[in-house]
Design a protein around this ligand. Structure first.
Ligand code: KG4
Ligand code: ZN
Length: 337
């Protein structure tokens, strides 16, 4: 039997990405990151859609070229259906629909958060089931229980800000560029995690709240600046390390509690914030302590990328979970077909 070749498109926020996978193996994964948003300190939706329109054809062409696959060899097109910025999603959805219709092949709609979890199934070793995943991105914070590739249950989520937002907003308050996560991570490497104590939010069950950390940092900086106008510049590394410490501790405390209560042995972290070096280190230490198997995706599969859309598309292809061409492609995405 010939291999299943999938072209995957991701355009939910500010990265235009295309990947080609053959039987679930990544042949190419290209990402065009939109630099234009840096000067505004956050993603400007209208500019993101326009940049996707400019990028999508060159990125797809390059992904096919790099994979050595002709368009006639593609068996299905997978694309991010939701969640995301509507204008950005529409560019990917319309492109994918047009491409699939022209080639007369199936179209597969993918839920972006399910794809972040399934990024764990790109490389070896692949997690065993049941698998518990902490998905932490710019817009979401979730504890997800996976019973199989496509059977997932969200056990906990954030009640307000996402973990990535806590990083980005802290960076903004400190005058650091967007996106803040990678910059705070870098600065924190030179700082003392115990220099400043921030309160840990404790929500019942498996939910999270990060708006309290944001407010605590705001008041802390206002007080510091009142006493010394150079407070931020002089202490920026320690502030980054201490804030990062409280965000990571909050995430892992709940994740550890969930794994213990559910008796799960296979744990992973996913999403943009899982690129954080301190989270990766503390997560591995937590798993070591409890004799759990820890799974951490490669850096390129943590932040938004089309390879994760492709691997999800592959599992959906095997189950023949296709999108009806007659409905609006960016309408809605479900976790289970
Ligand atoms: O998954 P992602 O690329 O996009 C969304 O689906 O939101 O996640 C983006 C988020 C941003 O908030 C960014 O600051 C954060 O991931 N991020 C990090 C790191 N790299 C990216 N946060 C902390 N440390 C990092 N190294
Ligand atoms: Zn994402």
């Amino acid at each position: 039997m010939s291999k299943v070749n999938i072209l995957a498109i991701e355009s939910s926020c500010d990265d235009t990405s295309a990947a080609v996978l053959s039987d679930g193996v990544v042949l190419s994964n290209l990402i065009a990151t939109q630099k234009i948003h840096e000067q505004y300190g956050g993603v400007v939706p209208e500019m993101a859609s326009r940049a996707h329109m400019q990028n999508i054809i060159p990125v797809v062409s390059e992904a096919l070229k790099k994979a050595g696959i002709a368009k006639e060899q593609i068996d299905a097109v997978a694309f991010t259906q939701a969640p995301g910025l509507i204008g950005s999603l529409l560019v990917g959805a319309c492109f994918a629909k047009g491409y699939a219709q022209a080639l007369n092949i199936p179209l597969i709609g993918v839920h972006h958060m399910q794809a972040h979890v399934l990024a764990h199934f790109i490389d070896d070793p692949k997690p065993e089931f049941p698998f518990l995943c902490l998905t932490v991105s710019g817009g979401h914070t979730q504890i997800v229980l996976c019973k199989s590739h496509l059977e997932m249950e969200v056990l906990g989520t954030t009640l307000d800000d996402a973990a990535g937002e806590a990083f980005d907003k802290t960076a903004k308050m400190l005058g650091l560029p967007y996106p803040g996560g990678p910059v705070v991570d870098k600065r924190a490497k030179e700082g003392d995690v115990y220099k400043y104590a921030f309160p840990i939010s404790d929500i019942a069950g498996y939910d999270f709240s990060f708006s309290g950390i944001k407010t605590a940092v705001l008041y802390f900086l206002q007080k510091g600046k009142k006493q010394n106008e150079h407070f931020v510049e002089e202490n920026i590394n320690d502030i980054c390390a201490s804030v990062q410490h409280i965000i990571v501790t909050t995430l892992l405390k709940k994740f550890e509690q969930a794994a213990k209560e559910l008796g799960v042995q296979h744990l992973g972290i996913a999403g943009g914030v899982s690129a954080n070096s301190y989270l990766r280190q503390q997560f591995e230490a937590m798993c070591d302590k409890n004799s759990w198997n820890a799974y951490v995706p490669e850096f390129q599969y943590c932040t938004d990328n089309a390879a994760m859309i492709g691997i999800t598309g592959y599992y959906k292809y095997l189950k023949e979970q296709f999108v009806d061409m007659n409905i609006s492609p960016a309408a809605k995405a479900s976790w289970d077909g």
